[in-house]
Design a protein around this ligand. Structure first.
Ligand code: SF4
Ligand code: SF4
Length: 173
């Protein structure tokens, strides 16, 4: 299932997409790859600096939307926590037979735990399927932004953008 950018400022479901931060279906099928949902022309480029493979290009002017070179991306996920707009995700359609994994930035408490059953939500916060927490990464270099990876049914992989949060607050340290 592909996505399309529309006037509300976020990509819509069920429609084709053509933004420069999206990998092709062929690349998605090969394994973990970044998916960049950055469609506003803002002066920002930490993603470009963060990628050790030089797979993300903003260039000049700095207001360009990021371009993902899907062949250079090795799916390391290092760019996810470096985006102040929380706009970068990692999708792995090869996670296991029938399931995919989706990694996303997470800045809330309480923190999810590995193995925990969760409700996965789309970009508008709507629950769309069940998932299981695979990994919670809290690296010092991530500057308080964790990266959470969940396993979900494969058909929802390109829609899932987070999890339904338990009651709590924003993580600030
Ligand atoms: S996942 Fe890794 S290789 Fe791919 S764009 Fe992000 S930092 Fe670069
Ligand atoms: S760091 Fe995030 S918000 Fe900034 S240009 Fe890159 S993807 Fe867009």
């Amino acid at each position: 299932m592909f996505l399309e950018v529309d006037s509300p400022g976020y990509p819509l479901r069920h429609e084709p997409h053509n933004t420069s931060g999206y990998p092709s279906r062929e690349r998605l099928e090969k394994g973990p790859v970044a998916l960049i949902e950055c469609i506003e022309e803002i002066p920002c480029n930490p993603c470009e600096q963060a990628c050790p493979q030089h797979a993300i290009t903003i260039g000049d002017p700095i207001t360009n939307c990021p371009h993902l070179d899907e062949d250079k991306c090795i799916g390391c996920g290092l760019c996810i926590s470096q985006c102040p707009g929380l706009a970068i995700f990692l999708i792995d359609l090869t996670h296991s037979q029938g399931s995919a994994s989706v990694s996303f930035p997470y800045e809330y408490l309480p923190l999810p735990k590995e193995g925990q059953a969760v409700r996965a939500v789309n970009r508008t916060g709507e629950p769309i399927c069940s998932g299981t927490v695979v990994r919670v990464q809290n690296l010092k270099t991530n500057d308080h932004t964790l990266v959470v990876t969940i396993a979900v049914p494969r058909e929802y992989a390109t829609e899932v953008r987070g999890i339904l949060r338990a009651q709590g607050g924003r993580k600030d340290g």
